[in-house]
Design a protein around this ligand. Structure first.
Ligand SMILES: *Cc1c(COP(=O)(O)O)cnc(C)c1O
Length: 363
């Protein structure tokens, strides 16, 4: 059997007719950018998340850097962010000229809430939390630190659509929630897409201006903005997928529950569940000190895996200018050496799950 880490085609065929019908509807409408589909999607996604506003954008990275731009976080400012994240989180900070201050992750791959305060200086302006792999960070503690020190709180929800903490959706805890709809995400489109959520009408309004060359009224440009518009086709297709989010999320939770129950092998560790959070499993990440051997073994059995992520941002070539060296963030570095995402996707058959479980148990 051949099993890939992800199967985006399965996600399409689950609702093929609805997707095809919507695509034709948009193509035939003659309106392709910032129209009714985007408007409807923004309303429906805000309602789903439980925030007052949603603004559609072209990508998750745009959501992140525009969030800090609008909050006025830039040159000379510091932003606390976890050391084990995807590099886009960090780029959202540095594109604005601000400095990332890395905080090590806890055992659940979220920012270590107990390590935050020690990193705060006079320059700290914001905390960026990343609900990595689909599990919320420890939001009660993080929110109280942000409040106590008067810091902005931004959430990177690119992997946590539908993920909650204490029953409250990720994307509603901070000033701005940043989402990606890249095809592999829990709510994925058929191309690039992103959005922010917020309860602040002023932030929502500013974001609409920034995404459209800094203009509210055509050809009257108030600020130097960008072109970051979710297109009608993606918005329409995302509306179809969003209408099935409940069952799509449950499907992944069920696969993870089976992995949790049936995977038994001291050669690797299963993901830990944070009390108070519902993990929505953008990725099912195991950890092993024999990770590279395990990858080769699974590959021979036809099972594909991915490392999320092999190089922590502080060691990326792009951030050599920050002057970090190996050993500076040992927890993130150990995770980078040990984590492995095993196959997990909507439309994964029971037979495929069994094959993965049997192979892993026999390692
Ligand atoms: C995917 C992702 C992003 C970036 O989203 P794009 O839409 O690809 O720009 C940012 N942060 C995290 C944690 C991600 O997984």
């Amino acid at each position: 059997m051949k099993i890939m880490p992800n199967r985006l085609d399965r996600g399409f065929y689950q609702y093929q007719e609805e997707f095809e019908q919507k695509a034709l509807e948009v193509l035939r409408s003659g309106w392709y950018v910032l129209g009714n589909e985007v408007k409807q999607f923004e309303e429906e996604f805000a309602a789903y998340v439980g925030s007052k506003y949603c603004v559609g954008l072209a990508s998750g990275l745009d959501a992140l850097w525009l969030a800090f731009r609008i909050l006025g976080v830039g040159e000379g400012d510091e932003v606390l962010v976890q050391s084990n994240t995807y590099i886009a989180s960090v780029m959202g900070i540095t594109i604005n000229g601000a400095t990332p201050v890395f905080v090590e992750p806890d055992a659940y791959y979220g920012i270590d809430a107990d390590a935050l305060e020690a990193k705060i200086t006079d320059k700290t302006k914001a905390i960026l939390v990343v609900h990595l792999y689909g599990q919320a960070c420890e939001m009660d503690k993080i929110c109280s630190v942000a409040k106590k020190h008067g810091l902005y709180l931004v959430e990177d929800c690119a992997q946590s659509h539908g993920g909650c903490y204490g029953g409250q959706m990720t994307g509603t805890f901070g000033d701005i929630g940043c989402f990606s709809f890249y095809p592999s995400k829990n709510l994925g489109g058929f191309g690039d897409g992103g959005a922010i959520t917020t309860n602040d009408p002023e932030i929502a309004q500013k974001m609409k201006i920034y995404r459209n060359y800094g203009s509210e009224k055509r050809y009257y440009n108030m600020v130097v903005g960008t072109n970051s518009r979710l297109d009608e086709l993606q918005a329409g297709l995302l509306r179809v997928r969003l209408s099935h989010m409940k069952e799509l999320t449950q499907e992944k939770i069920d696969i993870a529950a089976r992995y949790d129950k049936e995977l038994v092998n001291p050669a690797f560790e299963l993901p830990k569940r944070r009390a108070n959070a519902n993990h929505v499993f953008h990725q099912y990440v195991i950890r092993s000190s024999r990770r590279d051997e395990l990858i080769r073994y699974l590959d021979e059995k036809g099972i594909g895996t991915i490392i999320h992520y092999p190089i922590p941002p502080h060691l990326a070539e792009a951030y050599a200018y920050l002057g970090f060296a190996k050993g500076d963030y040992p927890v993130a570095e150990r995770f980078a050496d040990e984590v492995l995402s095993i196959p997990m996707y909507n439309g994964m058959t029971e037979e495929e799950q069994t094959y993965v479980i049997d192979a892993l148990n026999a390692f």
